[in-house]
Design a protein around this ligand. Sequence first.
Ligand SMILES: Cc1cc2nc3c(=O)[nH]c(=O)nc-3n(C[C@H](O)[C@H](O)[C@H](O)COP(=O)(O)OP(=O)(O)OC[C@H]3O[C@@H](n4cnc5c(N)ncnc54)[C@H](O)[C@@H]3O)c2cc1C
Length: 450
Amino acid sequence: MSPPSTTDVLVVGAGPAGIAAATAAAEHGRKVIVLDDNRKPGGQIWRDSSVIASPARSASGSRKQRAIDRLQRSGATLLSGHTVFSASASGQLETLRELATGSFAERFRFEQLILATGARERFLPFPGWTLPGVFGVGGLQALVRAGYSVAGKRIIVAGTGPLLLAVAAHLSHDGANVVAVIEQAALSSLIPFAASLWRQPSKLLQGAQYRASLSSASYRTAAWVAEAIPATDGRSLSAVRITDGKRTWTEPCDLLACGYHLVPNTELAELIGCTLQRGFVQVDEQQRTSVPNVFCAGEPTGIAGLEAALLQGEIAGRACAGVATASLRSRANKEQAFARGLARAFALRPELRQLPQPGTIVCRCEDVAFANLQHPSGWADIKLQTRCGMGPCQARVCGPAVEFLLGSKPSSVRQPLYPVPLHALTATTEHAPEPFKVEPESIHKVEETA
Ligand SMILES: Cc1cc2nc3c(=O)[nH]c(=O)nc-3n(C[C@H](O)[C@H](O)[C@H](O)COP(=O)(O)OP(=O)(O)OC[C@H]3O[C@@H](n4cnc5c(N)ncnc54)[C@H](O)[C@@H]3O)c2cc1C
């Protein structure tokens, strides 16, 4: 491996939180490197929005552009295509880069670390959920943003969380025929949550706009997908079976987008030894974790949305530079209260635990069926006996599902966080942080240097 690159502040994640953190730290004189595993900055919400056309998406696109322009002016260095697979509290971190010429591991040394690793979708298994045509909600949105056409396709969007309406509206704008949005939370949970947003009218307005843009789709609460039904060829989707616990009905469709809100990406924080509280990274008023010189911002500290990510990122970046953060704190606290409201309103109903049948696959990487998970006692036993969670996703998909279904949670996090080819650990690269660029050409330039 090549000698490490050194920096004052290393930021992991170039989503809104990481961009805001890096910008603030660099604007206040710190030398900053930002690492992200994607080819472009922006994280989940600002994922390649080159196809943006609707007013809401144009506004989001220009906000993204402003944030990226400011990051660029700040002097921070962005390194895309770096997956962080290992880190320690002693100030060292390792990344994997997969280039056309091979895979390479690189080392970085830092004085301060800001973790802005975001969140991922939660998937819950039900019969048929592994069929072609069944996607995650954010997953289908990402595919569409990358060019996958949904024009004319009948789509059901199901699961739980605010993402359902947002994605349904985007799919509809892209020409899909969104047949129904199926939300598992009951109206009696959603109404108090909506009422609590009177101090944040922009959030209410956004939800209302999404709903208004879906005039032809039904919005059904207290209902959930019980089964995805294959077509006669067995290789595509023909319909989904939906239930409200009393009644069950079948809705024909071409695609199903189904996701159960988000789970925080806390693995890197756990590896470093940061304390977690109720599943989220515990931080103080300045986004400091329990580990000295390690900060955390955005979704790993609570699923709170874009505004919270931006505010927390800025607080973390300023705190790294020793600059006052008090003026931002009350706004950030308000957004954290929104996160608690979200978690209450979209809490998972127990009936979802009854959905998997004995043959339903729970761990897709290792093909482990629900029946095989019935007897082991605890996560370690589950892993040993079934290989559940030992595949390429390293329990990122099946872990939260097993935790919800059986109450067993992965007990420890080990490096490497992602599979790393052995030869990558010995290959050397002539690494020098590239000047900030955001277009795909920057990646090609990096590739040429490897
Ligand atoms: C699939 C999905 C789709 C979403 N779509 C919407 C939407 O349409 N509208 C909306 O309002 N909100 C959406 N959200 C929520 C939105 O992501 C948050 O509100 C907000 O963007 C969080 O910002 P963040 O910076 O905390 O995290 P993110 O935006 O998730 O950014 C985190 C970044 O860190 C990178 N990263 C993580 N781990 C590593 C690692 N080990 N090595 C290198 N890089 C790493 C990730 O690839 C990502 O680029 C979505 C969330 C998800 C998970």
